[in-house]
Design a protein around this ligand. Sequence first.
Ligand SMILES: [Zn+2]
Length: 303
Amino acid sequence: MNKPYAIGIDLGGTNLRVALVSRDNEIIEKIKKPTSDDIVASVIRSAEGIFSDEVAGIGIGVAGLIDRENSRVFTSPNLQAVEKVDLVKELKERFSVPVYIENDANAAALGEMRAGAGRDFSSFVLFTLGTGIGGGIVYNRKLLNVSAEIGHMSINADGEKCSCGNYGCLESYAAGRAILSNAVSLLETGRESLLKVQCGGNFYKLTAEDINKAALDGDNLAREILKTAGRHLGIGIANVINIISPEAIILSGGLTGAWDIYVQEAIKEASKRTLKELFERVRILPSLLSDDAGIIGSAGLVF
Ligand SMILES: [Zn+2]
């Protein structure tokens, strides 16, 4: 009795995505809405809309650190309401099917393995590059059920304190939040830049996309900011390759839009810092599924 579908849920700090997904990773139906404070009710209501007798189970990817023993969320800085609820228990009670929980970047890695850029690799590491940096590790065609908090690897012993308690975390240098705060502090020193015009003088309105656009238009300040972030990302990539020796590094998330400057700089830096033999066999490439990786991967937890 192999039921043909699963419900995949991607619960992030900004958006909730819920989808009906087939065993061969086809998205049959998809709902996307802003994440609400009443997480349980909102998730259940969305799942009810697509649930049927044909659903084998439900998988959830949550932005947060997962307590694997108790199938709950330890901490979720961007979605604190989820720490207080037992989402797995509530969904099991409502739908009477198996329910699985994973970290959202881990789920996205499983999605890329099943249907995306990771299909042809036996081992790879996914980096999610957004406001922060997340990660997921696939080894010998299996998602490793480990934390894979790549963004919180320290790359500077004397760096600034991160919200996680560590100092000099990769994401404090290479993620979207770092890129924006660098831009604001450099602009506040009075540096000339196209960015000033772009944001109409209000530096706090800038987005990572604005910075990429200015960089592509040849703006020196924007290029410098993206290159600095990319260089730090490259240090993180080199560390991961040296530890895991994957066949591929897959990069996903909004910042991969800045591939030509930010990612190219990261690749250049990683090539200098990775053991030569390991760098020669690794491929660094973009995700194929982008926003759908999470729901396909969460559904994949069921299959
Ligand atoms: Zn940290």
